[in-house]
Write a protein that binds this ligand. Structure first.
Ligand SMILES: *Cc1c(COP(=O)(O)O)cnc(C)c1O
Length: 490
């Protein structure tokens, strides 16, 4: 097997191994680590992948990507998928009608698509530290799904500490309980007085705070990241798109459109790589909410945040203006020099623009739609009456499906469902015209009205003790983290 190195999206004179890109995700000039090229599969090879187990498929793909993970480790990482709802596949397809299937990417422990990557990622990260003399600190700011999935993955892992910041009142009740009830010594969860932007800005400040970083070094701690700037997460997000496109192709003998509710573009990047490797994907449809910067970008080639204000919507995981992983797409399509130039424009002018030729290339891969909250509620209602319950993020993707079918009523579509409805009981109640009672009851009312099961992981949260109850103003966070790390905190 030939191992591949990772290069910086903005250039730089050195490359790193997969392992080093995972442990230290920052590439030169503020870029991201990325693969320079991708393997391409022939029709015959792809044919031989059909019907393979998820694990065997994963091993083939990882081998061809040249990632330095030994076979046993990859096996152990993928074995975590056995805990998902269907032990044969972590990401099953559910057929809605002759054109549309929904891929359930939320069958893991925290009921959101983040588990697809973070479950195996935690295993790999931790194995990479086996011989490390240092411990690693992972800082997370979350608007709801990343926090629980990261904590679930890293709880009680050796040589890793996780600090998770979430905005007071900024997550759903279930998401909050998923964080506050995890009892593990290596985890600290802090509720911030402020919104998600405050939490994220605070985290960015800490990463630049010389004194803070020095104290970490003194305590033999290195910093890493578990968000989708880390290629270790992206790697696992390629697999389920390959799996779904092959399964769909075997059934329909034609390429599938993939619709992806998008925020930081990590999920969509996985599909982009899968398409580039030759898998039968027609177009990748980016679905957004009212924060429709990705729609603008894909339609016009202009990425402009200079006049935008972040709006809060019912699909909070997509309330993002700076979508990090677009950078890896730019690198792949236009190279490191152009990427550096565009990213510098973004830093300086809060804006960058592709030329006409570049835009046309981008559009051979991507299309985009967005929808407002009212539309999203309407689609939740419509689909539940047709027998399938979707969460507010997935509902945004319906708009894309309708657009595809309007221009080709023979099209085959896979809609990536990124979260289970149970995580957003309040919004679901609103959509379905049910009074939201809060707590367990709000879930039970919906479940009984529509004959749905509530996963034990979610129901069990209400019986657990909330062990992380510390809330504080932003100003106190830095000291509180240091005290905890140095053993004087709780
Ligand atoms: C994280 C998340 C998304 C966005 O995924 P990206 O990879 O950041 O584009 C969409 N929906 C849900 C429910 C999520 O948790």
């Amino acid at each position: 097997m030939q191992l591949r190195n990772f290069v910086g999206t903005r250039g730089g004179d050195y490359s790193v191994s997969f392992k080093d890109s995972v442990l230290n995700p920052n590439a030169p000039y503020g870029g991201l680590w990325t693969l320079e090229d991708l393997p391409k599969f022939s029709d015959n090879e792809m044919q031989s992948f059909v019907g393979m187990s998820y694990e065997d498929l994963a091993k083939k793909i990882f081998e061809s990507l040249g990632l330095d993970i030994d076979k046993n480790l990859l096996h152990n990482a993928l074995a975590l998928y056995k805990k998902f709802d269907d032990k044969n596949t972590p990401a099953p397809l559910y057929k809605i009608n002759k054109n549309l299937s929904i891929q359930k990417l939320y069958c893991g422990p925290t009921r959101a698509f983040k588990d697809m990557a973070l479950q195996p990622f935690g295993e790999i990260f931790s194995a990479f530290l086996k011989d490390s003399s240092k411990e690693y600190l992972i800082l997370v700011a979350t608007s709801g799904d990343t926090g629980p999935a990261t904590l679930e993955s890293f709880a009680n892992k050796d040589k890793i500490k996780v600090v998770c910041l979430y905005p007071e009142g900024g997550t759903s009740e279930i998401q909050r309980l998923q964080m506050t009830t995890i009892a593990a010594k290596n985890i600290k969860v802090i509720e911030i007085k402020g919104d998600f932007d405050d939490a994220q800005n605070l985290l960015k400040e800490l990463l630049k705070d010389g004194q803070f970083l020095q104290r970490l070094t003194q305590n033999n701690l290195a910093l890493s990241a578990a968000n989708s700037v880390n290629f270790g997460r992206i790697a696992f997000q390629i697999l389920y798109h390959i799996y779904a496109s092959l399964q769909s192709f075997a059934l329909h003998k034609k390429k599938t459109h993939i619709i992806i509710p998008s925020g930081n573009f990590g999920n969509a990047l996985g599909a982009f790589y899968a398409k580039n490797m030759g898998f039968p994907i027609e177009k990748i449809w980016i679905a957004s909410n009212a924060n429709n910067i990705l729609t603008d970008f894909i339609k016009s080639g202009v990425y402009d945040i200079s006049h935008r204000i972040l709006q809060k919507t019912y699909s909070p995981a997509m309330d993002i203006l700076t979508s990090s992983n677009i950078e890896r797409v730019l690198f792949f399509l236009f190279g490191k020099d152009r990427t550096k130039e565009l990213m510098e424009d973004l830093q300086k002018h809060k804006k960058y623009a592709l030329n006409q030729e570049e835009l046309e290339i981008l559009q051979t891969y991507f299309e985009a739609t967005y929808c407002e909250d009212s539309y999203c509620l309407e689609k939740i209602r419509e689909y539940v009456n047709a027998g399938f319950i979707i969460d507010p993020h997935t509902a945004c993707g319906i708009k894309a499906y309708e657009a595809i079918i309007k221009s080709d009523n023979e099209a085959i579509c896979i809609l990536c469902s990124t979260a289970e409805w149970t995580k957003f009981a309040k919004t679901l109640s609103k959509a379905l015209g049910i009074e939201s009672l809060g707590g367990k009851q709000s879930l039970e009312v919906i479940a009984s009205k529509y004959s749905l099961a509530i996963s034990p992981n979610i129901l069990g949260l209400f019986d657990k003790k909330e062990v992380h109850t510390q809330g504080m103003p932003k100003e106190n966070v830095r000291e509180s983290i240091l005290e905890w790390l140095e053993g004087n905190g709780e």
